[in-house]
Design a protein around this ligand. Structure first.
Ligand code: GRG
Length: 307
């Protein structure tokens, strides 16, 4: 179990890049250990799992889990890593399936050819399935405080990844293509497709830290606003950046007539909404005081990102 102590003091913004690099290194090492070796039979599936999982990416969700635990007083974050990795496995599965020809049909992800381009569609489907399954195996190893039993964390994870949240958003997104949507329709999609998987790491990190129900609520409110802002920024980057900058195909939302904020309210209004939600995310963290400084820095970094 991770030790809990009040540790946080405000630090300068330039400390953020060092913090992110350190957390990413921890996450990368844990991710490498979270899957069978590439040589384990049948090697194809393990190679494919490692190919997509270890292809880089911002690792935002695992870093949020670690930062939430720290904001709730955890000093040794090793006990949070299995949950942080589990969420990255689920996220990677969703990207692999989203890129399939029967979904978004994409050739490029995290700067590399997509899983089905390298391994074929059958193996890509199974790679997503295997990553999702392995995520629950990782969660099963968590050591938890009495207040938050394993069954609760498993249920929260299954709900966030299931047909009421992540998959709900994906289905609504598929069905929305080419239709005239309202802002509330797009928000419905974004809250499920993206924000649910931003709230989840914050909640798991806080539960592992034995946070009070009030802190858990605070972090959930932060995550909902941040997750929606994150997706709006993703929509904006899709129309303003190149494929090279993004490491995935740019301009696809427009071509596929996707449900996005810029499409429904225009680019400038979308920018303002992302800024409004980021301010809302900051405000939500007020009850945590200076313990929340990393979460605030991470939110600012995500708002300012260009890829
Ligand atoms: C197939 C069940 C299923 C769900 C797919 C992930 C997803 C839902 C769709 C991909 C397209 C998309 C815009 C998703 C919204 C979430 C999002 C912005 C994903 C990309 O996350 P980043 O930017 O990616 O954190 P990295 O590569 O940095 O991890």
């Amino acid at each position: 179990m991770s030790s809990r102590k009040a540790v946080n003091t405000p630090k300068s913004a330039d400390g953020l890049s060092r913090y992110l690099s350190k957390q990413r290194r921890l996450v990368e090492t844990a991710l490498k250990r979270s899957l069978p070796a590439a040589s384990v039979r049948p090697a194809t599936i393990h190679r494919a799992m490692r190919y997509s999982l270890l292809a880089g990416g911002k690792r935002m969700r695992p870093i949020l889990a670690l930062a939430a635990a720290e904001a709730c007083g955890v000093r040794d974050i090793s006990g949070v890593l299995p949950a942080a990795c589990a969420i990255e496995l689920i996220h990677t599965y969703s990207l692999i399936h989203d890129d399939l020809p029967c979904m978004d049909d994409d050739d490029l992800r995290r700067g590399r050819p997509t899983s089905h381009k390298v391994f074929g569609e059958g193996v890509a489907v199974l790679t997503g399935d295997a990553l999702l399954t392995q995520a629950f195996a990782l969660l099963s190893k968590l050591e938890l405080p009495k207040r938050y039993p394993l069954a609760l964390l498993l249920e929260e994870t299954a709900t966030a990844a299931g047909s009421l949240q992540l998959i709900a958003g994906q289905v609504a997104d598929l069905e929305a293509e080419g239709k005239n949507l309202t802002l509330s329709d797009v928000r419905f999609i974004h809250e499920r497709k993206t924000a649910a998987m931003v709230v989840l790491p914050l909640r798991l990190g806080a539960m592992i830290a034995n946070a009070s129900p009030q802190k858990l609520k605070t972090l959930s409110e932060f995550g909902s606003a941040l997750g929606l802002a994150f997706q709006i920024i993703d929509d904006i980057l899709d129309v303003t950046q190149s494929s090279e900058q993004l490491g995935k195909s740019a301009g696809k939302d427009l071509t596929a007539a996707k449900a996005t904020y810029p499409a429904v309210i225009g680019l400038e209004a979308a920018r303002l909404e992302a800024a409004r939600l980021t301010a809302k995310a900051h405000a939500a963290l007020k009850p945590l005081g200076s313990d929340a400084f990393r979460l605030i820095q991470i939110a600012e970094y995500l708002l300012g990102r260009t890829s």
